[in-house]
Unconditional design. Sequence first.
Length: 311
Amino acid sequence: MQHPRPVKLLSSLHCLGIILLLLVPIASVQGETLRIYYSASLNGNIDGCNCDMAPTAGLVKRAAFLRSREAPEPSLLLDAGDIFDAFPDEELAHNILEVYRELGYDFIAVGDQELSNGLDSLLEYGRDFPLVCHNLSVLVERRWEMFSPEPITLHLSGEKIGIIALLDPETISPGSKEIERSVRIHSPISTAKKLVGDLVDRDATIVLLLYHGTHENAQRLIEHCPDIDVVILGHEGLLIPAWSFGQTVIVSPGERGNWLGMLTIHSVGSEAIDITNDFRLFSFRKDPDDPSVRSRIQKYREMLRGRLLAN
């Protein structure tokens, strides 16, 4: 099985606090262009931290940028998982999901921390928000069901885009009896082989994987599924500007809301796909707050204060 077009990584730009775009204006280049904004590993940091040793921007800064940006059409907004805190916190989880909905996130991969509030909450999130995971099955009324049964296909920028999201079972820490009893995580490699094969058979011209797992295991998966064009990594919190592993481009946007990745995918006729990757770095001290998210943070803190006083 051979992917119809090779991928070429034009450049990998690691920018500090500014956005670096393609040197040639998009409108002047022949062919179609798709912009993908991506994030991962927020780890529940809806607010940032003005810590001297390690300041954290948080979702409140990223939201201000995303809400004010003039996104080109077409574009996608994706997250590779771990948007929640590692510890149970239903109120925080719902606030983060509501912000992601307001910002227009198209798809959010399920990370291990999305399981932190239990199975019932995960199922509720899956019904109400665009969470996806294609190798996760859950026990519902004594019957096993796939959390996301089918790969995602979209027609954008003259391309047929295929998207799958996979959760690395090695990210799951033992502990919750409910999760151990009611959740199964199937082999990422076996699942990817089947779903990527299905997408290529359906003439998908760009195959994108949201992989929540280790960098090492992502490479192992790519060796078995070379038809994947782009892998967006979550979980480890690594900042990977972009590099090629075979014909596949791997990127990772860091953690705690400090960075937002931007992929520009440009199709050159029917011969190749060119990819450029850029980052936007957010500063707790310098970047503006999003007023709506700041209001949510204040209400959330008041709720926590009320609970402490009640006890």
